[in-house]
Design a protein around this ligand. Structure first.
Ligand code: DC
Length: 210
């Protein structure tokens, strides 16, 4: 069984949903690196301090159940707002932030049996991962999934607006200078546009077993 699994891909491709399920099935730890960039963004927004100042003195913890703690306070829900999504993509351009979070992420993976998702896991954070997946889906499909998710939670949702925001984040994440969103040379491309969650999970489990 592959001990370290890296899952990268654009916003809304289903990385966290499938990674969580794969982790549960294999008895692995799931590490959501996007939540860490979101926590940095939240702290910048709340404190009004510079990205550099915030990064120097920040405590981010992820627990086994998926809860996120920023400086000892739970922020699991607060980091999911559209404002924080945009902020996370903005702070992710800073070298100081990437360096600090990459160190933390590598530390978290040292015990093995982990599945880590993000944008640069296969290329930068864990280049020696045993299995690398690049999970993608069309912009239309990713926007449709996000739209359905918001509707289910009874949140107001505008499909065209969601599509615009997803496209903007794709562009920002893949065009930034440091550690942009990219498929590692040895990553396996998985297009989930026409697959359901269970089909993607099955595919990853098969790949993890060989
Ligand atoms: O996966 P997510 O949508 O929660 O990530 C939020 C933002 O964080 C994303 O737009 C880009 C950034 N990010 C990153 O640059 N590198 C990672 N490994 C994970 C996320």
């Amino acid at each position: 069984m592959k001990k370290i699994i890296a899952v990268d891909g654009p916003a809304g491709a289903g990385k966290s949903t499938v990674s969580k399920i794969v982790a549960a099935r294999l008895g692995y730890t799931y590490i959501d690196t996007g939540a860490m960039y979101r926590a940095v963004a939240l702290k910048v927004l709340l404190s009004g301090k510079t990205v550099e100042d915030v990064t120097q003195n920040i405590d981010i913890k992820l627990d086994e159940s998926g809860k996120v703690f920023l400086d000892g306070h739970e922020v699991t829900k607060e980091i999911r707002t559209p404002e924080v999504s945009r902020g996370a993509s903005d702070v992710a351009k800073f070298g100081v932030v990437r360096k600090r979070l990459t160190e933390l992420q590598r530390e978290m993976a040292t015990q093995g049996k982990v599945i880590m998702d993000g944008r640069d896991i296969g290329t930068q954070v864990l280049p020696n991962a045993d299995l690398k997946i690049f999970l993608t889906a069309s912009v239309e499909e990713r926007a449709r999934r996000r739209f359905e998710e918001l509707k289910e939670k009874n949140f107001a949702a505008d499909f065209e607006q969601i599509k615009k925001e997803i496209s903007l984040r794709d562009k920002q994440d893949s065009e930034r200078e440091i550690a942009p969103l990219a498929q590692a040379e040895d990553a396996i491309l998985l297009d989930s546009t026409d697959l359901n969650i269970e089909q993607v999970v099955e595919k990853i489990l098969q790949l993890a077993a060989c």
